[in-house]
Write a protein that binds this ligand. Structure first.
Ligand code: SME
Length: 168
């Protein structure tokens, strides 16, 4: 798949997720360490998905989301559950697709280049562990299909990883 934003078409989305899932299997094979798998997943998404400027995880520490493994520019380190797109997706325990971050009340602008965002909660057997967050400099980069595709990524990541003793 091309890395140019022009390559993003509705028709190519299912193919993209098929490839992403295939490569994710290869990356996760034989490894169950949670932090290692989070780091590899963020790197894989950043490498394969066109039109991103940031991809990574925030992990729940007590009642705050703390920056975890990511790819992109340095970012905000701590996000309260009532702040930003990340906090909203974590509190609602539902994926959030934000076509225009400037019209999302409370959006936290870690990088002024970001125009759209998608956040998928990471929930293991009912326990919120954090969120997967992707940012794009393109308006309306993400769709509900991306939410479903990335939820599949998170499900596979959780299945492959030992999250029984994540750092508190
Ligand atoms: N924009 C996010 C903050 C995290 S950064 O995008 C990496 C938010 O509003 O929660």
């Amino acid at each position: 798949m091309s890395h140019t934003p022009a390559a993003i078409t509705a028709a190519s989305i299912p193919d993209f997720y098929r490839q992403l899932h295939q490569q994710l299997e290869a990356v996760l094979a034989g490894e169950s360490d949670w932090i290692c798998n989070l780091a590899q997943t963020a790197a894989l998404i950043m490498e394969l998905m066109p039109g991103l400027n940031w991809a990574g995880f925030y992990l729940l520490r007590h009642d705050t989301l703390v920056l975890g493994p990511f790819q992109g520019r340095v970012a905000c380190t701590r996000i309260a559950l009532d702040r930003g797109v990340c906090g909203a997706a974590a509190s609602r325990r539902a994926s959030l697709v934000v076509p225009d971050v400037h019209s999302f009340p409370g959006h936290i602008a870690c990088d002024p280049r970001s125009r759209s965002e998608i956040v998928v909660p990471v929930i293991h057997h009912g326990r919120l562990l954090g969120v997967l967050d992707l940012d794009s400099p393109l308006p309306a980069r993400f769709t509900d299909e991306d939410a479903r595709g990335l939820e599949g990524v998170v499900t596979r990541l959780l299945e492959a990883s030992d999250v029984s003793h994540p750092p508190a």
